[in-house]
Design a protein around this ligand. Structure first.
Ligand SMILES: Cc1cc2nc3c(=O)[nH]c(=O)nc-3n(C[C@H](O)[C@H](O)[C@H](O)COP(=O)(O)O)c2cc1C
Length: 322
């Protein structure tokens, strides 16, 4: 089945999030219903250079049940996107997204990410090299513009249409806004009515209500959710099923699974990384802060798993379906 036909059946997608959207994260989002998930942004130079590619192994690793799965590339060396895209396709990714939206200094300050919103000709070369390298679809992820005086999303859409891009994701903030203020969904609506491409809306969806509202208010083809998925893959099932909310037991056992997956992919580093998720999964009950404090001090895999699985709050309730 065509990737976009698949996404249309449940048009809710997990966003690329640097420092988060690795195999364990994507796997859980897909299990809870996200129709597509992406790696975090990966540099074109690293992907294009065989000797450096192994450094990205933990970011690019995926398993069959994650498919379809996307990879996101960032960078400003147009020529390198050709080899980077080829490598991504050979690895088995189903779609390549190009990052034209990252506002952080390390990326935008070195001429990549959102700073390409100021250089349409270079962005176009990047897109051309990517599209001509592969048979899989290519998408771009943009912000509305650099600042309020330079809104370029419609120019980027036109460039994408002219160069064989399949989808555009719009996070309607400017680069200068970073993550401040509110995203302007009106821009998504304008883009959808102007574009021939598959339009993915993104920005400030925090719950299932917002997700449905974005679809309805903007007419976009799919909704991408970022921050609200951290420690909360459940959001995708909540979108699909109004009557569903995860029980505390389900949240605890999912934290345990997330931890196990991280540990098996990354060993001790994965164990330490899991701490940032515990703060998200384990909240909203009486002992939550004590529980998190205890977990932060533990450094042994079995100890952590036993602790989580034996929490009174995680005790089995018959027929709770989990
Ligand atoms: C910690 C963090 C990491 C992010 N990493 C990426 C990234 O690697 N690539 C990307 O295109 N966007 C990245 N984003 C932006 C998100 O994909 C998304 O566009 C943004 O958070 C707005 O959506 P939201 O309001 O649903 O979070 C990141 C955002 C955050 C908060």
């Amino acid at each position: 089945m065509n990737l976009f036909e698949h996404v249309k059946k449940f048009p809710f997608i997990a966003a690329p999030l640097a420092g988060y959207t690795d195999h364990p994260f994507r796997k859980l989002c897909r299990e809870y219903g996200a129709s597509l998930a992406y790696t975090e942004m990966i540099s074109e130079f690293t992907m294009a250079t065989p000797r450096l590619r192994p450094r990205m192994e933990k970011l690019t690793y995926f398993t069959a049940e994650e498919k379809p799965v996307g990879i996101q590339l960032f960078g400003n060396k147009a020529g390198m996107f050709y080899d980077a895209a080829k490598a991504a396709e050979e690895m088995g990714f189903d779609i390549i997204d190009i990052n034209f939206g990252c506002p952080v200094r390390k990326v935008a300050g070195s001429g990549s990410g959102a700073s390409l919103l100021l250089d349409l000709p270079l962005a176009e070369k990047i897109v051309q090299n990517t599209v001509r390298a592969v048979k899989i679809p290519v998408s771009i992820k943009i912000r509305s513009g650099w600042d309020d005086t330079k809104q370029v999303f419609l120019d980027f859409n036109k460039m994408a249409e002219d160069n064989g891009v399949s989808a555009v994701t719009l996070h309607p903030r400017t680069r200068m806004q970073m993550f401040r203020g509110k995203s302007n969904w009106e821009h998504i609506k304008i883009l959808k009515s102007a574009s021939k491409l598959f339009i993915i809306g993104n920005g400030d969806v925090t719950n299932s209500f917002d997700a449905h509202r974005m679809l309805k208010e903007t007419g976009c083809d799919a909704v991408m959710i970022g921050r609200a998925t951290i420690g909360n893959p459940f959001i995708f099932r909540e979108i699909a099923d109004e009557s569903y909310t995860p029980t505390l037991r389900e949240r605890i056992l999912t934290a345990a699974r997330h931890f196990e997956l991280l540990h098996s992919l990354k060993g001790r580093f994965g164990m330490l990384e899991a701490r940032k998720y515990f703060n998200k999964y384990l909240k909203g009950f009486d002992r939550a802060s004590d529980v998190r404090q205890v977990l932060m001090k533990m450094e042994d895999k079995e100890e952590i798993l036993n602790f989580l699985k034996n929490m009174p709050e995680a005790r089995a309730i018959e027929n709770d379906g989990f």
